[in-house]
Design a protein around this ligand. Structure first.
Ligand SMILES: Cc1cc2nc3c(=O)[nH]c(=O)nc-3n(C[C@H](O)[C@H](O)[C@H](O)COP(=O)(O)OP(=O)(O)OC[C@H]3O[C@@H](n4cnc5c(N)ncnc54)[C@H](O)[C@@H]3O)c2cc1C
Length: 397
């Protein structure tokens, strides 16, 4: 699977005939009828808006309703976390302390190791752990079963399962992953736990697995002392001022600057903040995918903009100074970027932006109209956002 926008668009094209009734009826089967688009959407090699536009060009909103709803689950999770960033930082903190616990408690560490290596002794879970490690992907239903068994049957902390997914999924996403794990535990919808059953697994794997008598049946919701914070107000995005010469700063969070709404004549240049280098020199499957997605984007944009694209590596101290030098060289009056959502890239870029602001560099923090239209509806449960899908789509298209 090539990590380029062109291949993402090809995959979308091939999936389009199936985005209606086939998807509605077949999406829960494993392997089933699904698009496989998530690694492309994750880095916005292709965007939610593009995907939904293409689907609506082929099917009625009613026929493609289920598919559009699933795309909007991603939008919902992104908006939900954007308004509650502390849930992400809390997860990272808990993860650190669980890693310390693993060092202190060898038996605990061994239980986690076995679950990750596919040696837990439960055939389905072991196969899925290996599949995840080998392919960087798992079907949605399998992710739900896996998380449920990890938490409720193996009784391992959800944060370590979420981390295992993040280290191996090509589409690993701070919002979709963390919040889906929390949802399985009953932490997102208080008291509502997702419990995988042998009957359900047997039915949707067409009899491939039937772990009767092996799974926890009466799972209790996981509890936490931390209260879910009230949603923060989203900061309004900046707008591009027509005629302003601007330098586009791209990151792995949005690799399609062509659709940022900035006219080509206003683009003074493009620069990449490269986050794809592994800090310990070991490249995992997702890192490799990420690197290829970035390389492919640079190649595509260099040929489109007919300009070499400088790559700024990691979070080094010299980045703000280098950005200012590039701004001067390219004769740009501002820097424009799609603000990364909550996650590692945002944490990396925030100190850079602070330094640029101290140096009085104009930074335009943009947001895609898709996010801008949907995110404010992610204040409560998914159903509040779901009700807004038809009017928002009408407004957008
Ligand atoms: C425990 C758990 C962890 C998950 N971790 C991630 C993750 O790290 N990254 C991620 O992108 N998705 C995650 N998901 C959601 C979902 O499993 C994947 O998006 C989906 O399996 C991707 O396959 P697809 O592209 O074939 O999806 P399709 O069914 O073809 O759906 C189309 C697109 O809609 C979005 N989507 C579909 N279902 C969901 C969903 N339930 N939640 C959020 N978005 C959805 C994805 O962008 C997907 O590409 C997780 C789900 C669970 C239960």
């Amino acid at each position: 699977m090539k990590a380029t926008r062109a291949v993402g668009l090809e995959r979308l094209e091939q999936f389009l005939p199936h985005a209606g009734i086939d998807y509605t009826q077949g999406r829960n089967d494993v392997p089933g009828v699904v698009s496989g688009l998530s690694p492309y959407i994750r880095h916005r090699l292709i965007t939610e808006e593009e995907v939904v536009t293409a689907v609506l060009g082929r099917h009625s909103a009613q026929a493609a309703g289920k598919f559009i709803q699933e795309v909007c689950w991603r939008t919902y999770w992104k908006g939900w976390l954007e308004m509650r960033p502390s849930v992400w930082f809390r997860y990272l903190e808990e993860l650190r302390s669980l890693r310390d616990r693993m060092e202190r408690e060898p038996d605990f560490k061994e239980r986690v190791r076995r679950a990750e290596q596919g040696e837990a002794g439960l055939e389905c879970l072991d196969d899925w752990a290996r599949e995840l490690r080998e392919t960087g992907s798992l079907h949605n239903h399998v992710r739900m079963w896996f998380a449920s068994i990890w938490v409720h049957t193996l009784r391992l902390p959800w944060q370590l399962g979420a981390d295992f997914f993040m280290r191996h999924l090509l589409d690993g996403d701070p919002a979709s992953n963390t919040l889906s794990w929390r949802w399985v535990c009953g932490l997102q919808t208080k008291g509502k736990v997702y419990v995988a059953t042998a009957e359900n697994i047997e039915r949707y794997t067409n009899g491939r697995y039937a772990p009767h008598g092996l799974l926890a049946r009466d799972a209790q919701p996981v509890t936490e002392e931390f209260l879910i914070p009230q949603p923060l107000q989203l900061a309004p995005p900046d707008q591009h001022a027509s005629g302003e010469r601007t330098l586009l700063l791209i990151t792995d969070e949005d690799l399609s600057p062509e659709s940022w709404g900035i006219p080509r004549c206003d683009v003074a240049g493009v620069v990449l903040l490269d986050t794809a280098e592994p800090s310990d020199g070991v490249e995992s499957l997702p890192m490799g995918w990420n690197r290829k997605a970035i390389d492919g984007t640079v190649k595509r944009l260099e040929s489109e903009f007919r300009h070499p694209i400088p790559r700024l590596q990691g979070g080094g101290e010299s980045i703000p100074a280098r950005l200012q030098a590039i701004l001067r060289e390219q004769g740009a009056n501002s820097l424009s970027m799609m603000t990364p959502p909550v996650g590692a890239t945002l944490s990396l870029i925030e100190p850079i932006l602070e330094e640029l602001s101290r140096a009085s560099v104009s930074v335009r923090k943009l947001r895609r109209s898709w996010d801008d239209a949907f995110w404010p509806h992610a204040t409560h449960g998914f159903f509040k956002l779901k009700e807004r899908i038809p009017p928002v789509l009408k407004e957008l298209f």
